[in-house]
Ligand binder design. Structure first.
Ligand SMILES: Nc1ncnc2c1ncn2[C@@H]1O[C@H](COP(=O)(O)OP(=O)(O)OP(=O)(O)O)[C@@H](O)[C@H]1O
Ligand SMILES: [Zn+2]
Ligand SMILES: [Zn+2]
Length: 802
């Protein structure tokens, strides 16, 4: 008899371990590590992952596995180990880590039902809820106003019980094929025997007499005017037969990719690629940081490194940030490696994502290009992992498991003995510092492949503009430059930096700002619906006509949305054709692609957009880049705000003058003397690095220290402060002398959805047991968390400090 060790899908700290189950005879030969199974757990049936198979168990009286969900393992042995590490490193549950590694559709869902166990009368509210039925969906209870305590009591005295129904949502797309079931002469006989009225059946038969090959049912319908009733009749007479065939949804089916070939590398590219290739050939792990200015040909280096990997019969993962996973980026990889490439990003439907994943699992593809979670691609023979724009914060997942793709990449690179390549024009201070210390291998490319100079960056002081009576959002300089570029038949990219900057509503008389009643944050104005919305809890209210504080009617929205910029642009330059790209205009599938294509076809003069246009775009005709508000995120409560500003300005400047035409960049700012704006305009990464490192050292921030952030939330303000205080005290007792424990401090957003939020920040250099201490704290509060709706979250190396 064999025993399976299973990680079960129960979201509780106390359940974070394996459980032993008996493998019944009928599953003996099929069950393998890394498969999903259904097991009994208390009174319910739940899914779980088999992590090991053993001969015996120290427990007697084991329950058997009820069902096996997979035909082949969904997690390789490497991924099982990796998931364990991710869970431990980010202080989360094993089950959470495993689920994060799989496409959404493989996360089996449960339907909960409430079952009435008694013929006696229930309490009145429950009697009303069941309304004469014996079983109801749990959702019905959730949508009712019956308090949980009432249900708990009913569950306790067993008049009602909960049942879990597992429903697996795996949806493979199937296509029906039809083919003849008899030889042609028999079909002909049948044809003669059919009555005169069966015209359509006759048509189908005559089609198959002529073309006996299988055909997709839908195509047959088109060719013969038949419908399903007609086919069914012929199936019943056993003249035809049908079968289903699984097909992949191919999101890039329509697009054709022009085949590209390796370019002759520049000297700098050659120098960067050489050591990477050597590591691939020697099957050795190492981490490379390719620091190359925009347009220096980093992507070509990636492509040629991958080619080497493919020649060795191995596989490659390329991570790119979600927002730069543009059609342009995709076509560069598809153009070089064609069918061997799978693409994974969030714009795909769940079914499409699952199909791409299966192509990886079945080794039909050798390269995956994708956003963060593609790091878990189930390849077994990796030859390289590439992380483009390694400075992007989207590589850190913001909910559990809170992993950083870079750390996972290095872990996998060590396992597979293969190089990891990080690329950026503006590396993070963390990575650059490591490269300078020799922990990573640094390659620098300071020239564009076309030997063009980097475009000139000019800073315009917007305070002076205001002084001179220009109240519009466009400086005179920017306006004139846009006009002359358009007159020359060239194109303009305009960036509205909206991060940390939204359209809030303020009274001009008394300064009152409309806040969300549940969250500690200003409401955002939405023009289309004339509503105020909260981005944290979806609260909504109509835009008021009067100030609720002083009844003045001078209540207006402030801040600049892309829509408003577009309107002023129209007033300022009525003849200019503008394409606006933001979350609103790119929501529909394919919209992103269409807008860029139309810009590439010169159907517009100006491309106006948010952060999403700052990266990866490569248009030959763009000669002017304008940045409307360079400093809007400098004032966020985030120690990385200068770094992020520097990165964004450098990236967007890189969009100009990438080909023959020289480029020009105009940056508007209210704090033009800020070092991140000044140094970005001089392309002085090294100076910026030194300057920023000095500040990080003084204020003890990464990369000089590591951070851990503990956030406590609860509806009661006093309680939150008290518990955070206790956590701080507990930590102070155990940490090293030079570790700093800060708090309790109110989080920058102190209230979300009526819950108060306080935090404790730990800054440390060497604290090998910190995870253990933190885990102990979570365990200590586990009871309170369950009973009293207390939430404690821990983020190791946080990027999001709000
Ligand atoms: N060796 C080469 N010879 C000629 N052209 C090249 C070479 N390498 C790259 N290019 C071209 O130079 C342009 C810029 O290259 P690429 O986009 O790879 O740079 P990048 O460093 O990835 O830029 P960014 O960081 O801005 O995305 C592209 O049009 C590319 O086709
Ligand atoms: Zn007012
Ligand atoms: Zn809210």
């Amino acid at each position: 008899m064999s025993i399976a060790k299973v990680i079960v899908d129960v979201q509780a700290k106390t359940i974070n371990q394996t459980f032993d189950y008996l493998v019944p005879e009928r599953f003996q030969d099929i069950i393998k590590e890394g498969m999903r199974v259904i097991v009994p757990f208390g009174p319910r049936k739940i899914t779980g992952f088999v992590v090991a198979i053993k001969e015996e168990s120290e427990f007697i009286k084991l329950k058997p596995i009820l069902d096996v969900l997979d035909i082949q393992p969904v997690l390789t042995n490497e991924l099982l180990e990796l998931g364990k590490w991710v869970a431990e490193d980010t202080l989360t549950l094993y089950i959470t880590a495993y689920q994060a590694m799989l496409p959404q559709v493989l996360k089996a869902q449960y339907k909960k039902e409430l079952i009435r166990n008694t013929g006696e009368r229930l309490i009145p509210v429950m009697e009303d809820l069941f309304a004469g039925r014996d079983v109801i969906d749990f959702e019905e209870f959730e949508h009712s106003s019956i308090p949980y305590s009432k249900l708990q009591r009913a569950l306790h005295d067993t008049t009602i019980s909960i049942n879990y129904v597992v429903k697996s949502k795996v949806t493979k797309k199937q296509v029906t094929y039809i083919e003849p079931n008899k030889e042609a002469y028999l079909l002909e006989e049948a044809f003669m025997e059919l009555s005169h009225n069966a015209k359509k059946q006759k048509q189908v038969l005559s089609y198959f007499i002529e073309f006996p090959e299988p055909i997709e049912q839908s195509k047959l319908f088109k060719l013969t005017n038949a419908n399903r009733t007609v086919i069914r009749a012929l199936l019943e007479k056993q003249l035809l037969k049908e079968y289903k065939k699984e097909v992949y949804r191919n999101p890039y089916e329509e697009a054709s990719f022009q085949k590209t070939y390796p370019l002759t590398l520049t000297e700098q590219q050659e120098k960067a690629l050489e050591p990477i290739k050597r590591k691939i050939q020697q099957k050795e792990h190492d981490v490379f940081l390719v620091h190359g200015v925009t347009g220096s040909g980093k992507t070509e280096i990636y492509l040629q490194a991958i080619q080497e990997v493919l020649e060795q019969g191995k596989e490659a993962i390329v991570l790119v940030p979600e927002i730069s996973l543009t059609p342009q980026m995709v076509s560069r990889f598809k153009g070089r490696f064609g069918e061997k490439v799978a693409v994974m990003h969030s714009a795909l439907s769940n079914g499409e994502k699952y199909d791409e994943w299966r192509k990886i699992q079945s080794r039909e593809v050798k390269v995956v290009v994708g956003a963060r979670s593609a790091i878990f691609a189930p390849f077994e023979n990796l030859g390289i992992i590439i992380i483009d724009e390694e400075h992007e914060t989207t590589y850190k997942q913001e909910d559990q498991p809170r992993y950083h793709a870079r750390d996972v990449a290095i872990k996998r690179g060590q396992y597979h003995h293969c190089p990891v390549v990080l690329g950026s024009a503006t590396p993070t201070l963390e990575s650059y510092a490591r490269a300078k210390r020799g922990v990573y291998q640094l390659a620098t490319l300071n020239e564009r492949t076309n030997k063009q100079e980097m475009p000139d960056i000019e800073i315009v002081d917007m305070r002076e503009e205001l002084h001179n009576g220009n109240r519009s959002m466009f400086s005179t300089r920017l306006k004139e430059s846009m006009e002359s570029a358009i007159n020359r038949g060239e194109q303009v990219v305009l960036l509205l930096n909206r991060r940390g900057y939204s359209t809030f509503v303020m009274c001009r008389d008394c300064g009152h700002v409309k806040q969300c009643p549940h969250c500690d944050i200003a409401l955002t104005y939405h023009k289309r619906s004339n509503q105020l919305k909260c981005h944290y809890c979806s609260y909504e209210e109509p835009m008021p006509n009067q100030c609720p504080e002083c009844t003045s009617d001078a209540i207006r929205y402030f801040g600049t949305g892309t829509q408003r910029v577009e309107e002023s642009l129209h007033e300022l330059m009525p003849h200019a054709r503008v394409i606006r790209m933001d979350v609103d205009t790119t929501r529909k599938k394919g919209a992103h692609e269409r807008l860029l294509k139309s810009f590439a076809n010169k159907e517009a003069d100006i491309l106006l957009g948010t952060q999403m246009i700052a990266k990866g775009l490569d248009f030959a005709n763009v000669t002017l880049v304008g940045v409307l508000t360079a400093d809007s995120m400098l004032h966020l409560p985030d120690f990385r705000s200068s770094e992020k500003t520097f990165q964004l300005l450098t990236q967007v400047s890189g969009r100009a003058g990438r080909h023959e035409l020289p480029g020009q960049v105009i940056v508007q700012s209210y704090t033009p003397d800020h070092y991140s704006i000044q140094l970005a305009s001089e392309y002085d990464f090294n100076q910026f690095f030194l300057r920023e490192m000095q500040i990080r050292k003084t204020f003890r921030y990464p990369p000089y220290v590591y951070l851990a952030l503990v956030t406590v939330s609860h509806p009661n303000h006093v309680k939150v402060v008290k518990i955070t205080q206790r956590i701080v005290q507990l930590l102070l007792k155990v940490v090293n002398e030079d570790t700093v424990v800060l708090g309790p401090t109110a989080s920058p957003i102190t209230r979300i959805k009526d819950r108060y939020r306080y935090q404790c920040m730990i800054k440390y250099r060497n604290e090998p047991n910190l995870r253990k201490y933190l885990k102990k704290i979570i365990d200590q509060f586990a009871d309170e968390a369950r009973k009293e709706d207390l939430l404690i979250t821990i983020d190791m190396q946080p990027y999001h400090l709000m």
